[in-house]
Design a protein around this ligand. Structure first.
Ligand SMILES: *Cc1c(COP(=O)(O)O)cnc(C)c1O
Length: 377
């Protein structure tokens, strides 16, 4: 059996090696390392793939979120509602811009922000909602967009974990995640579903005016060379990273299909296990892109199982071990523990199994058999 890895980027590279090597060579020979033609081509490719009018590449997913909030003109003191159960980057940029993060609980089945909790958290200062499509599954965007419309709020989708996912709206249309709200932000960190070989990110929007504003922000607030109209940042996707992304984007659906297949195998193996809840998929089979395959271990033995997996050479992840509202940097006297029953429980139950495009049957059955044996003895 091949050694099991949490993420296997080497195997994936084999399939795009010639193209990546050739375009790396091209970038180096042309020495257009920043803003070379690969960046513009990738931008166009991604606009077509996502069916969104504007893609603005940037340096990483955290920047993408920050720049989105800058582009919307959010001001210190404005409240931004996001999920208590997500990666810290989402809340970090809110705090960094001196906006006020308002963390709310998530749904127990999808792990995604709970629209009912959003409603309760809205105040006259609320300006935006940041749903995260956690682990690759779209949040309940119909409900979120309805709330946003009613209260005149912006919606910034944190799509770092869900690129390529589809969302079937009740209006009958199908959207790519990240292209539903006012702005989408994503990351091309190597382990994401569409990852480059370093850092990278992008912002999406169908609003041309907003796109123009953001194109200036990512480039020191310049709309005309050496005229700085707004305070900006330096956040660029470099040409080498764009070359990798151009090679991978045409394969994204195939990659996501391979993840789904692995998820289906896991689901099958665990279907009769009393102590395991497998990830629930809301909607059709093309909605969830399984950035992570996250189990809930219901018998209180999550940590013991984790230790056992470590001994057996099976990698795993605990995403996330601490609710954001309990992190030192983000505590706030407005929170009550009773506001976060779901997140507080999830942090004790979740366990993510290896998930990538190169997992084979043999590896999956070794993983699932090891887990079943442990939980049933
Ligand atoms: C990875 C990730 C980010 C940040 O992306 P970087 O490119 O690492 O800055 C933001 N939000 C979520 C949910 C993520 O998973």
């Amino acid at each position: 059996m091949k050694k099991i890895q949490m993420v296997d980027l080497k195997g994936q590279y084999e399939g795009i090696k010639d193209q990546v090597n050739t375009s790396f060579q091209e970038v180096i020979e042309n020495a257009a390392f920043i803003n070379g033609p690969q960046v513009q081509q990738f931008q166009k490719d991604l606009e077509d793939y996502l069916q969104v009018k504007n893609v603005i590449p940037c340096a990483n997913g955290t920047d993408a979120l920050q720049i989105a909030m800058m582009g919307l003109g959010l001001k210190p003191g404005d409240e931004v509602i996001t999920a208590d159960f997500t990666f810290a980057a989402t809340v970090e940029v809110i705090a960094l811009l001196q906006l006020t993060p308002v963390l709310v609980d998530v749904e127990p089945d999808t792990f995604n922000i709970d629209p009912e909790a959003i409603k309760k958290a809205i105040t006259p200062k609320t300006k935006a909602i940041v749903p995260v499509h956690l682990f690759g599954q779209p949040a309940n965007m119909d409900a979120i967009m309805e709330i946003a419309e009613e209260h005149k709020l912006f919606v910034i989708e944190d799509n770092a974990q869900a690129i390529g996912g589809n969302y079937h709206s009740k209006n009958g249309k199908t959207y790519k995640t990240g292209a539903i709200g006012h702005i989408g932000a994503t990351s091309f960190f190597p382990s994401k579903n569409l990852g480059c070989y370093g850092d990278g990110g992008a912002i999406f929007t169908n609003n041309d005016e907003l796109a123009h504003t953001i194109r200036g922000i990512v480039n020191h607030g310049m709309y005309e060379r050496y005229h700085h109209d707004v305070v900006g940042v330096n956040s660029r996707l470099d040409s080498l990273q764009a070359a990798v992304l151009r090679a991978k984007l045409p394969k994204l659906d195939v990659y996501n299909e391979a993840r789904k297949e692995a998820a289906n195998r896991y689901n099958d193996a665990f279907k009769d296990e009393a102590h395991i809840e497998t990830p629930v998929r809301k909607g059709d089979c093309d909605t969830h892109v399984y950035h992570q395959y996250t189990l809930k271990i219901k018998n209180g033995k999550r940590d013991a199982l984790a230790k056992h997996l470590q001994e057996k050479g099976i990698p795993f992840g605990i995403y996330y071990p601490i609710p954001l509202h309990k992190q030192k940097a983000y505590t706030d006297s407005r929170y009550n523990e009773s506001d976060f029953p779901v997140t507080n429980q999830l942090v004790q139950e979740v366990l993510a199994l290896p998930m990538h495009t190169e997992l084979d049957k043999e590896q999956i059955s070794y993983i699932t058999e090891t887990i079943k044996q442990f939980l049933n003895t």
